[in-house]
Ligand binder design. Structure first.
Ligand code: FAD
Ligand code: FES
Length: 270
């Protein structure tokens, strides 16, 4: 698959919550080939500090060559990225890694029957799921039969993201740690009723959330694809910085993932 290194202009910068930002960039090469679940490595400043690029999921991808990134400020790199302005050029490499796959041909999201799928996003793990939701919607699915479960610390972090899934026709259920919207508690609490009806689960979010989702899916014998977020240095399989335990030995999240079939990974040992 082609990878591009591009200097991309920032077209818009939106502050969605106190520490959550969305940048939309002109990135035609990346937009033309990206699949949901793939990521870009971003040089967050024009200088050499920080030296390493930071990985971000492709959050949205548009036919006119734009892509969006959704991120939370947690350290120096994301703080610098959040300070970038409309018109600034940002150096991106991508699309990288392997994304989510449908159970039909390639990334076409053709499903063997019309049983619902379930998308489960926690915190910034929601980022790749909007791109996935848009692709599934484009494939002609009846999205009102699917399920979207989104969780975050507070209501602020979920709006307007929840509306964007609703606008595509998905029924959305929310959970917040503080109970400010939706279920007060964790996403996996909502899953037991849904699982017997679904064909496939796709999830991205905090490790503990995904571990619980995977356990429930394994018990219900529902296939589950997970997108992992590890520390990354090179993003291209060269540094061993991103390895996790797979069932058959160590795997590189950047190269063999970030999306894996949950059954490929050794959850109990991590
Ligand atoms: C494939 C992939 C996709 C990602 N997509 C997104 C996204 O769409 N939106 C988003 O907000 N973030 C995403 N991340 C996480 C993002 O890369 C980190 O938040 C970012 O690199 C932090 O950089 P920083 O310089 O601000 O923080 P640093 O100064 O590097 O770190 C600040 C603190 O956060 C911890 N930390 C840093 N990175 C991670 C991580 N990956 N997992 C757990 N703890 C971490 C550090 O240990 C440290 O305690 C993704 C990560 C991966 C691997
Ligand atoms: S980040 Fe370097 S090998 Fe994956």
């Amino acid at each position: 698959m082609s990878e591009f290194q591009q200097k991309c202009s920032i077209l818009s910068r939106d502050r969605l919550a106190f520490d959550v930002f969305r940048l939309t960039l002109q990135a035609p090469g990346i937009a033309a080939t990206a699949c949901p679940g793939q990521f870009v490595m971003v040089r967050v400043s024009d200088g050499l500090d920080p030296l390493l690029r930071r990985p971000f999921s492709i959050h949205r991808c548009f036919a006119d060559g734009r892509i969006s990134l959704l991120f939370k400020v947690i350290g120096k790199g994301t703080e610098l990225l959040a300070r970038r302005c409309i018109g600034d050029q940002v150096d991106l490499v991508g699309p990288l890694g392997n994304g989510f796959v449908g159970n039909g041909v390639g990334n076409g999201f053709e499903f063997s029957d019309d049983r619902p799928v379930c998308l489960i996003g926690g915190g910034m793990g929601i980022a790749p799921l909007l791109f996935l939701a848009e692709q599934l919607h484009k494939s002609g699915r009846e999205t009102e039969k699917d399920h979207v479960l989104l969780g975050a610390r507070t209501q602020d972090e979920l709006t307007p993201l929840a509306d964007e899934f609703s606008n595509l026709g998905y029924p959305v259920q929310l959970a917040t740690d503080d109970g400010s919207v939706g279920h007060k508690g964790f996403i996996p609490d909502l899953l037991d009723f849904i699982l017997p009806t679904v064909e496939q689960v796709y999830t991205c979010g905090p490790h503990l959330m995904m571990k619980n989702v995977v356990r429930q899916c394994q018990q219900a014998e529902v296939p589950c694809q997970v997108s992992l977020e590890t520390h990354m240095a090179c993003g291209m399989g060269a540094c061993l910085g991103c390895t996790v335990n797979g069932k058959k030995g160590l795997v590189h999240v950047c190269k063999q993932g970030p999306v894996f079939d949950a059954d490929q990974l050794e959850w109990s040992l991590e």
